[in-house]
Design a protein around this ligand. Structure first.
Ligand SMILES: Cc1cc2nc3c(=O)[nH]c(=O)nc-3n(C[C@H](O)[C@H](O)[C@H](O)COP(=O)(O)OP(=O)(O)OC[C@H]3O[C@@H](n4cnc5c(N)ncnc54)[C@H](O)[C@@H]3O)c2cc1C
Length: 676
């Protein structure tokens, strides 16, 4: 067997996960290639949504996508460990738990905030560049509001209720947007006048969001001002002290919440690995994303120091994908040979949310604002999640962003977020169960299971056996046969007598004909002329019939139709109606009834009853007064069996079993979150 090739991916961020996906897909069937991804967290962090967690829009789990979920049954080992150092000469990475030997390594350990040496900032600010950072801000905000309402010293209270974000790039602006939204909710909760709370952004440059065109910047600025955000542009920060931000013009802002988003550099850890490093800790890489020192070491995402068109790469998600794709394809080329790849970006633009109700976007050659910009942003997020973890993760996103939100903090408002406690519809569930059960029992009484009493379901179109009943028709057929027998005997003897008479008169006629032969010749000549005319007419009709295909096939009394009716509709299909369809309807109705009564796999019962209602309606079998079955079943889809029903136990057990199946893990076809 060929020697094993070991690929180690260091960091499961946007770059590491993307590279892992490409490599796994390629080497899935090769037992001689081993892929390992190591991250210090058990989940992939959706960094682009951190501000939502920090600002209490979304739950912490909304930005965590478990590696188990992403890689499921794929041939890639995901290990939770913190790598401390890498020995590139010996090709081994040293983790806290164990060492990892490799032949190829992909370094994607992300970025960290850059303070540019500004005195006191690192010690006195919050940052927003990791899940832990977001949680720190989240807890602090809740805490500071709680303390501020109790504070009687006006100066201290003002400082506590002043929230300062430094930097007006997309991270800073998105954080400001969340603070503005959350301010309103907090003021309601703590009986505060919103005028008491200040949300401020401080930016050294003359404008916010320099990555966007002028008109979109102006729109964003107008929106923020309308929401009473204090924007200080052209205001470089020169330092910070406890509770104070110092500006270049000599002024200062007193605050207990100072969030620094002004700069980013590649992670210090990445820079400490021993690979050549350029500006802001970025690891040097060529166009193939290889380190110039070790051709088996690849660098992706925010770590990559590749200089493209004389500029460093933007530290954004799309860069992660392009660098990861380049690195992964070149590792494939290293192992399998073939074409090598160089970095080819195809950037689509930027989308920035300013809270949950407004955003600006310059993407795919379109400038949008408000609803459409947010729609774009959500769509792109869902597209990404679908690619890494399938529809299940998209559904999780929908839940976190639209269905489970609080304080109407979604661009579709709170229309989808209100929930009904599942004990309210308990009696409706029972009633619906009884209705279905009685429906089935009544059908038995009506003869739906009685083979002899004919079709109750009007399922077949034939007017033969099905409508009349199989046994009834069989009886009628034998009665008709018995009645026809004597008549047939009479008819036969009558026919024999008639044939004898006809033969005698024919012989007499032949004798006469011999005598009349000369006359016949001239008569024949005349007849020939008439016959020729008749043949021409007949030929014309025959030609017409040749082209009239429909008559022999579709004539209701024609041979083909009768054969089809008797063979299939009154024959084979009639048994389907009796022996399959009707009993199936009866038992399904009774089972649905029991499902709702017992609250056992209620979702499935609801889904089947919705289908039944639709089929019955289309068939004309449903009564107007039964339409409520349909609407009630929609309500039952909400997992109502878990309240005073067996689903309390059965659903978690089923999910555990299902989420462990290879099928679910391979196709990301999980029931709910498999990590819960
Ligand atoms: C608030 C915010 C908003 C943003 N918004 C956008 C946006 O709208 N659009 C956009 O394109 N970009 C946005 N970005 C930038 C984008 O998130 C980054 O470019 C991207 O996360 C970089 O991906 P990465 O794979 O290089 O690193 P990361 O995603 O940071 O992943 C690095 C991984 O390495 C792991 N790791 C680090 N050190 C070790 C170690 N020693 N051992 C084991 N594991 C380790 C970490 O746990 C982490 O999982 C935003 C960033 C932030 C913070």
């Amino acid at each position: 067997m060929a020697e094993k090739k070991r690929i180690l991916i260091l960091g499961g961020g946007y770059g590491g996960v993307w590279a892992g996906k490409i490599l796994e897909k390629r080497f899935r069937k090769r037992a001689d290639v081993e892929i390992t991804l190591v991250d210090k967290k058990p989940f992939h962090t959706l960094m682009t949504e951190l501000h939502e967690v920090a600002g209490w829009r979304a739950d912490p789990e909304s930005v965590q996508v478990s590696f188990k979920k992403i890689f499921g049954a794929k041939r890639i080992s995901c290990i939770v460990d913190t790598i401390g150092s890498v020995d590139f000469e010996a090709k081994v990475a040293h983790g806290g738990k164990k060492d990892y030997e490799f032949d190829y390594i992909v370094v994607g350990t992300g970025a960290q905030p850059e303070f540019f040496g500004t005195p006191g900032v690192e010690q006195n600010s919050f940052t927003l560049w990791s899940f832990d950072d977001a949680m720190r801000i989240r807890h602090h905000i809740e805490d500071i509001f709680e303390k501020a309402v109790e504070e009687t010293d006006a100066e201290k209270r003002k400082r506590m209720l002043t929230f300062v974000v430094a930097g007006a790039g997309f991270t800073g602006m998105e954080m400001v947007g969340e603070l503005l939204d959350h301010r309103d909710a907090m003021c309601r909760k703590y009986y505060l006048d919103p005028k008491e709370v200040t949300v401020m952004d401080i930016e050294a440059l003359p404008s916010i969001l320099p990555i966007l065109p002028e008109d979109l910047r102006a729109k964003a600025m107008k929106y923020l001002e309308k929401r009473n955000c204090v924007l200080k542009i052209n205001a470089p920060i020169v330092g910070a002290e406890s509770g104070k931000v110092l500006l270049k013009d000599g002024s200062s802002v007193e605050t207990d919440t100072f969030i620094w988003t002004c700069g980013v550099s590649s992670s210090k850890f990445g820079a400490s690995l021993g690979l050549p490093v350029g500006k802001r800790n970025r690891i040097e890489a060529d166009a193939e994303m290889k380190s110039p020192k070790y051709p088996f070491a690849y660098v992706v995402g925010d770590n990559s120091g590749y200089i493209f068109n004389e500029k460093p790469l933007a530290q954004i998600v799309e860069t992660c994908h392009f660098t990861a794709e380049t690195a992964a394809k070149n590792i494939i080329a290293d192992i399998e040979g073939g074409e090598r790849h160089t970095f080819k970006p195809n950037y689509h633009g930027f989308m920035v949310s300013l809270g949950s109700h407004y955003g600006v976007a310059n993407a795919m050659n379109m400038k949008t604002k408000g609803f459409f910009a947010l729609f774009f942003k959500h769509f792109v997020n869902m597209w990404y999640l679908f690619n890494i973890a399938g529809f299940n993760q998209v559904w999780e996103y929908v839940k976190h962003e639209f269905l489970d939100i609080k304080d109407k903090r979604s661009f579709v408002g709170g229309f989808f977020s209100h929930k009904v406690r599942s004990y309210w519809p308990l009696l409706l569930r029972m009633w619906l169960g009884l209705a279905w059960l009685f429906e089935g029992i009544n059908k038995i009484g009506e003869g739906w299971l009685a083979y002899a009493s004919g079709s109750k379901s009007s399922w077949m179109f034939s007017k033969g056996v099905v409508q009349a009943g199989v046994k009834a028709v069989a009886d009628a057929t034998s009665a008709a046969t018995a009645a026809a027998a004597p008549a047939a005997a009479d008819a036969t003897s009558a026919a024999t007598a008639a044939v004898g008479t006809a033969a005698t008169s024919a012989a007499t006629a032949v004798a006469g004909a011999a005598t009349a032969a000369p006359d016949a010749t001239s008569a024949a000549t005349a007849a020939a002329g008439t016959a020729a005319t008749a043949v021409a007419g007949a030929a014309k009709n025959a030609f017409h019939d040749v082209w009239n295909f429909s008559a022999p096939i579709l004539d209701p009394n024609g041979g083909v139709v009768l054969w089809f009716k008797h063979t299939f509709m009154d024959g084979i299909f009639s048994h389907l109606s009796y022996q399959v369809f009707q009993p199936m309807v009866v038992f399904t109705e009774m089972i649905i009834g029991l499902i709702f009564l017992g609250g056992f796999f209620t979702w499935w019962g609801a889904a089947v009853s919705i289908v039944m209602c639709l089929v019955f309606t289309l068939n004309g079998m449903f009564m107007w007064s039964q339409l409520w079955y349909f609407f009630a079943a929609i309500l039952m889809l909400g997992g109502l069996g878990r309240s005073f029903g067996l689903d309390y136990w059965s659903v978690p057990a089923f999910k555990r079993w299902w989420n462990g199946t290879r099928f679910a893990r391979h196709w990301h076809f999980y029931a709910d979150d498999p990590t819960k």
